[in-house]
Design a protein around this ligand. Sequence first.
Ligand SMILES: *Cc1c(COP(=O)(O)O)cnc(C)c1O
Length: 384
Amino acid sequence: MNTIPPVDLTRQHKVISQEVEAQVLEVLRSGRYIGGAAVANFESEFARYTGTKYSVGCNSGTDALYMALRALEIGVGDEVITTPLTFIATSEVIVRVGAKPVFVDIDPDTFNFDLEQVATAITKNTKAIIAVHLFGQPIDMTALMAIAKSHNIYVIEDCAQATGASWDNQKVGSIGDVGCFSFFPTKTLGACGDGGALTTNREAIADKIKLLREHGLIREISNKVTYRHKLTGLNSRLDTLQATILSIKLKYLDTWNQQRQQAANNYQQLLQLIPNIKLPSALSGGNSVWNQYTIRIFNQSTTTDTARDILRSRLQQKGVIAMIYYPLSLHLQPVYQDLNYQLGSLPNVEQVAQEVLSLPLFPEITFEEQQQVVYCLKDCLVDY
Ligand SMILES: *Cc1c(COP(=O)(O)O)cnc(C)c1O
């Protein structure tokens, strides 16, 4: 039997190879590799796609998050509330600006942070909330914005796993103060390398981000480089090549996300009635893009390995590669020892981290492959 990978980017490239390869060659031959019309075009297309006034390209999702915090002037003495079930980048940037990450427990059904816990965690030092739309599933942004507004707190949306998702018919990244996107190759809109973008409806924030991404450089109307610098920034541009590729891929994004939705529906059907697993649930107001299809494997194992870990290695032996996002909640990470969270302090996420298993899902996965995944899963679940 063939191996079924968690993602397969070669299949996606085949669909668009002619277009991409021709335009990449054009950029290579042009001799212009930084900036230019390709970047500006992608930024305006992405703003239009997300329904925002401004979009600023940058080097990665991590830099997007970092610059969002800097643009909102969050730093020493400030607290930023976020989820402990996310990629480390989300909290890393909070520490990098000198602020303190405050982790709140998750809702085990949606995998996103629990809004009641968010409200409870707000103190006089809270300046912002980083809302992560994990696995492509949007947070209830109506409720979150109401909480933030009543306390005068910023909302930064971490849309790294959710490009194209929407809440109440508004695209993620257009509802909070700033949206942060990653174009890492395995995200729903992926570059052929690193890339990222920010979105906002506020001109002042967009202007500040443009300064930050280029060493705080003041540009004149003529766009001439002045070598005059207004603030301490970084080098975080979106490459001309990546912008060129992203503009092509953006045209396909809705189709690819529909294919993901279809694949998720297939799993939902095929996995019904299997005992000891829980399927992901989607909130009715949201439109998920299923960057991951994550199930929970309930633990009845008597050994030190969790049922999930045993299942995962058995699946691997059968050629089905499933992933664990994330095996250790951020509040228990060695790097955050000084924040003094104890084991047991966020019980939902601690349990879920031992149960999650993400099954192969990408737009081009075939129904037969999904049947094979489910067949193997049933087979491996029978006897532990
Ligand atoms: C991928 C990811 C990031 C970081 O994006 P990069 O482009 O890899 O820097 C941030 N947050 C979440 C939730 C992610 O999945």
